[in-house]
Design a binder for this molecule. Structure first.
Ligand code: AHG
Ligand code: MN
Ligand code: MN
Length: 320
């Protein structure tokens, strides 16, 4: 029998809140609302194979209505689930250029929500894992009115909660408040996220490296040397490593957290600014990775996530 207690996300959040007597319950309500959006997005993601029949094409359907792409659908869904909870003062999404204000008729709260509604969206039509990433901050602007850009542009270390939802062979919500990372798997038959991965710790050592090797030609010479080093044979350091690259950061990071190894999305000569977005992607996953014991280096524009404290890997990275 599993040692993991039977616990819904809802119950887990409430019990965590009880441990902190001063807690207002605001973060719990935000997480709870996010989990509802996640369930609805999960349902739609599971219908993605019916794209030609049900829509999500970005075109106009036979009734003359415009049919949303799944990433815009996810964006709208999260906004709708989060705008009226009374806990947020501002939001920002990868799918919208400007900051997103809370409609004026709803209560303004003290928290800020940043999100990538669908990460890895190029994988949707191939039935490959995709995800939703979120990052929560406390507002820093004065007053009780609408939040500002300043609230959204805070350093990653100021995050109070970060998490992701991965839509894969099952749908899983993973989050942290900075102490412990917990994963909840959606049981679609009852519509509840159930605690399935309590206190996830990244393995001390992994044997997988994850990087888009198609960009090899454009990499820094030090990085080329490092990847070649991972491919060499050496029993003592358990090389060569295997390579896995899904191309959905959420999925690649999720695997790295569970199996260990190294994930990288570096800048290169073709994309000197890198690809991953600091606020919607790098900050939240780094907060999670660090909370489960792995170094995550956001040395803009690079993102590097490494299994456990691995002096060998770190030494090599430092030599790049
Ligand atoms: P998004 O779908 O939110 O635009 O993000 C895609 C990102 C990230 O998920 C992934 O790691 C990366 O793009 C893949 O990029 P490459 O195809 O260049 O490897
Ligand atoms: Mn993304
Ligand atoms: Mn996206």
């Amino acid at each position: 029998m599993s040692q993991t207690p039977f616990m819904t996300l809802e119950r887990y959040i409430i019990e965590e809140e009880r441990k902190h007597p001063g807690a207002t319950g605001a973060l719990s309500r935000i997480l709870s609302d996010l989990s509802i959006a996640a369930k609805i997005i999960s349902r739609e993601v599971n219908k993605a194979g019916l794209v030609e029949i049900l829509g999500f094409t970005g075109d106009t359907n036979v009734h003359g209505e415009s049919v949303k792409k799944l990433d815009m659908y996810a964006h709208d869904m999260i906004f709708k689930a989060m705008d009226h909870g009374g806990q947020l003062c501002i939001m920002a999404s990868e799918e919208e250029e400007d900051i997103i204000h809370i409609p004026h008729h709803f209560t303004i709260g003290k928290y800020v929500l940043l999100f990538d509604p669908l990460d890895g969206s190029s994988n949707i039509d191939a039935n490959v894992n995709i995800g939703t990433i979120f990052s929560i901050f406390k507002r820093v602007s004065d007053g009780e009115g609408p939040g500002t850009l300043e609230d959204c542009l805070q350093p990653g270390m100021e995050q109070v909660v970060a998490g992701y939802v991965i839509y894969g062979s099952s749908t899983m919500l993973v989050y942290t408040t900075g102490e412990g990372v917990h994963g909840f798997t959606l049981d679609p038959s009852i519509g509840e996220f159930i605690l399935s991965h309590h206190n996830i710790r990244i393995p001390e050592k992994g044997k997988i490296y994850s990087i888009n090797e198609g960009n090899y030609k454009y990499w820094h010479p030090g990085l080329k040397k490092y990847i070649k080093w991972l491919q060499e044979e050496d029993r003592k350091t358990e090389r060569p490593y295997s390579t896995r690259y899904i191309g959905s950061m959420v999925a690649d990071v999720h695997r790295t957290i569970l199996y260990g190894g190294i994930f990288m999305y570096p800048a290169d000569s073709r994309n000197p600014k890198g690809k991953l977005r600091l606020m919607y992607e790098c900050n939240p996953v780094s907060f999670i990775v660090e909370a489960c014991g792995g170094p995550s280096i956001v040395n803009l524009p690079d993102l590097i996530i490494i299994s456990g404290p691995s002096p060998c890997l770190l030494k090599n990275l430092n030599n790049i």
